[in-house]
Design a protein around this ligand. Structure first.
Ligand code: ADP
Ligand code: ADP
Length: 224
């Protein structure tokens, strides 16, 4: 991100929210970066900018030196409240993007592998309404991971989970990241989670959103 500013107009109140003020960040392959800070400091806005879902008011967002022009399967995003397709089974939800891109093979072994990773082999023919919250969240996560995105954007993916499922999911995400060493950019409210999972924690503050700290973390949990 180069000198990124992002404002949102509130037409009905004739006001403007300065969500991000002059943010410059260089994020590298292999890093697991957490964004922390008070509610409204612009964490989700940063993820959406990198995802290509919104555009900066000024400044530039670059991936591999190219300006982000829109969403791409290279940048997978997992939202806080997963939205699975209710009319598709677990397996078809996971396969969806491969199918759309025309890269789904017959008896694609990636599907079985992903179902195993999240421990839902026996639920592959179930529909989202038959799943618990934690199970649905795991499906949403591997639905993004199966595209092997170069950049994985996680917007509080574990916020709604109970403590036990949350710990399991933290370790699952870490295991996947250690295998692939892509860039992970994760928003979390939980400082302990940020320190446990990340190689780098970026602290933002609000009014307007800006970076106030950028800390390298070196713990056994995030070493090779
Ligand atoms: P965080 O994720 O840190 O809680 P957000 O990035 O969601 O913060 O929001 C940052 C600021 O931008 C907040 O003041 C929020 O109200 C505002 N904002 C975010 N998205 C929009 C939008 N689509 N329209 C108007 N204001 C928005
Ligand atoms: P989570 O911790 O993932 O939210 P729960 O505590 O709700 O999951 O459920 C615990 C276990 O119960 C799950 O791992 C699953 O094996 C089983 N389970 C949950 N919901 C259902 C369901 N709708 N149908 C069948 N089994 C279920």
């Amino acid at each position: 991100l180069e000198n990124v500013n992002k404002s949102f107009a509130k037409i009905e109140h004739d006001t403007v929210t300065h969500a991000l003020h002059n943010i410059s960040l260089k994020l590298n392959e292999g890093e697991f970066v957490s964004l922390v800070g008070p509610s409204g400091c612009g964490k989700s806005t940063i993820l959406k900018l990198v995802a290509g879902l919104i555009y900066p008011t000024s400044g530039r967002v670059l991936v591999d030196g190219k300006e982000v022009k829109g969403p791409s399967p290279d940048r997978g995003m997992v939202f806080q409240n997963p939205t699975l397709f209710p009319w598709l089974t677990v397996e078809d939800n996971i396969a969806f993007s491969l199918k759309v891109r025309g890269v789904l093979k017959k008896n694609d072994e990636r599907l079985d592998r992903m179902l195993k990773v999240i421990g839902l082999e026996n639920f592959k023919d179930d529909y989202p309404r038959q799943l618990s919250g934690g199970m649905a969240q795991r499906v949403a996560l591997v639905r993004s991971l199966i595209n092997e995105p170069e950049i994985l954007l996680l917007d509080e993916p574990l916020g709604a989970l109970d403590a036990f499922t949350r710990m399991n999911m933290q370790d699952e995400i870490l295991r996947m990241w250690k295998q692939r060493k892509q860039l992970v950019l994760m928003v979390t409210h939980d400082i302990d989670e940020a320190i446990y999972m990340s190689t780098r924690v970026i602290v933002l503050d609000t009014n307007p959103g800006r970076v106030v700290d950028d800390i390298k973390i070196d713990l056994p949990s995030n070493r090779d």
